[in-house]
Design a protein around this ligand. Structure first.
Ligand code: S3P
Length: 436
């Protein structure tokens, strides 16, 4: 991306479809009786890993180009996935594919090997395998890392489990295993993580009880086909939102964005920092609420404290929020943010080192991440040429591309193409908002 100082971001954009909802729609459709029609499924590398896995397992998948992504017709595998062979499933870079599949397959009597790229192979899987083993699953993974081997097990039983971390992937895996288990499966988490699984399972015909930090379902239970359109991804929307807040004269509309409260923490934090952000045309669509976000350039921003309790609602947005925080007056702290160390890269390291290259002091104190706010124009004083590693992490590549746009300098990134994990058309879409 070239210099941005004299440029502004204007116009409207339909950000790519939600990644979390796309995975769940694909996986639940494969498990369901009947044929589900999904529209606007995110055509990203991560979701393609889920689509390829369910096809290998025996679901019939037909795809065509839709308005905002893929239209998919998925006929579920009915009684069970194909039990005649060992399924060798490449999960690529996708933690959601891996962890949800582990839960979903745990009690279905199949033999599978799950593997992925170097980043995924270094991420912790014990957090999912441990509760699934307590339910009676037979899963092996050396030191809790991929590759993982799922052996046939068909007598799972429900458990009551308190997760150590607030993770929607862990919670979802346990609930999905609970579909094949006898009795009640109850998951309690230390803070509320995204609740798409709990919202979507009832649409596929399985009631989920929810109270406070607890979700439960009664097994065994069967899913029934459901038609669904996937809205825009709030985690993707955060990138143009931060850019619009920081590039002078910008005024951007982000349309059709999922505004689920367990996902919209980044926008609440932006509001607290003083960003000129508003929400229009909010309405319910199926189990989710959707709306348009308007963000305008805001010269004066204030540093804020982001609590550990609200962190899960913005966990994927911390890198780009750190760029915003660098432009605030005063320090911003993301409390209890240790989960950032086990995302697609160690984002503590990536954020602290990356901001240092822009001349911004950021530091860790235990699991708290601090960003020193340098106020308006913070990046304009940064070196004109910077070289940064992305660690092949899509959100770091997009974060430093936004930083480059804001700074108006040149950032050499070792892997820009990895944005295809969640937003294949990121560079074209951002360009469509640029006015010379
Ligand atoms: C996701 C949950 C989050 C998030 C990831 C997608 C999901 O991970 O970081 O990008 O779709 O359930 P955790 O649940 O592990 O925090």
């Amino acid at each position: 991306m070239a210099a941005a100082l004299t440029r502004m971001l204007r116009g409207s954009l339909r950000v790519p479809s939600d990644k979390s909802l796309s995975h769940r729609a694909v996986l639940f459709s494969a498990l369901a009786d009947g044929t589900s029609h999904l529209s606007n499924v995110l055509p990203s590398d991560d979701v393609k890993s889920s689509l390829a896995a369910v096809a290998d397992l025996g679901a019939s998948v037909e795809m065509s180009e839709g308005d905002y992504g893929l239209d998919c017709v998925i006929e579920g595998w009915g009684d069970a996935p194909d039990r005649s062979k060992l399924h060798d499933l490449d999960c690529g870079n996708s933690g959601t594919t891996t962890r949800l599949l582990m839960g979903l397959l745990a009690g279905l009597g199949i033999e599978a090997r799950l593997h992925g790229d170097a980043s995924l192979s270094s991420r912790p899987m014990g957090r999912v395998i441990e509760p699934l083993q307590l339910m009676g699953a037979s899963i092996e993974a050396e030191e809790g890392h991929l590759p993982a081997f799922i052996h046939p097990a068909r007598n799972l039983h429900g458990i009551e489990y308190r997760t150590k971390v607030a993770s929607a992937q862990v919670k979802s895996a346990i609930l999905l295993a609970g579909l094949a288990a006898k009795g009640k499966t109850i998951v309690e988490e230390p803070a509320k993580s995204r609740d798409h699984t709990e919202r979507l399972l009832p649409a596929f015909g399985v009631p989920v009880e929810r109270t406070g930090l607890e979700a439960s379902l009664e097994g065994p239970a069967r899913l029934h086909a459901h038609d669904l359109s996937i809205p825009g991804d709030p985690s993707s929307a955060a990138f143009p939102a931060v850019a619009a807040a920081l590039v002078p004269s910008s005024d951007v509309l982000l349309q059709d964005v999922a505004l689920n409260p367990t996902r919209s923490g980044a926008f609440a934090v932006m509001q607290r920092m003083g960003v000129d952000i508003s929400f229009e045309n909010e309405h319910a669509e199926g189990a989710e609420s959707i709306g348009t976000i308007r963000v305008r350039y805001t010269p004066e921003l204030a540093g804020v404290e982001v609590t550990g309790e609200e962190l899960p609602s913005l966990i994927d947005e911390v890198p780009v929020l750190a760029v915003l925080a660098a432009h605030a007056r005063g320090e911003t702290v993301f409390c209890q943010a240790g989960e950032l160390r086990v995302k697609e890269s160690d984002r503590f390291v990536a954020i602290i080192d990356g901001l240092a290259a822009f001349g911004i002091h950021a530091w860790e104190d235990g699991d708290d991440l601090h960003i020193g706010g340098e106020g308006q124009g913070a990046f304009e004083r940064s070196p004109r040429e910077i070289s940064l590693p992305t660690y092949h992490d899509h959100r770091m590549a997009m974060t430093w591309s936004i930083a480059e746009l804001v700074a108006g300098n040149t950032v050499e990134l070792d892997d820009r193409a990895c944005v295809s994990v969640s937003w294949p058309s990121f560079y074209e879409d951002m360009k469509s908002l640029r006015v010379e």
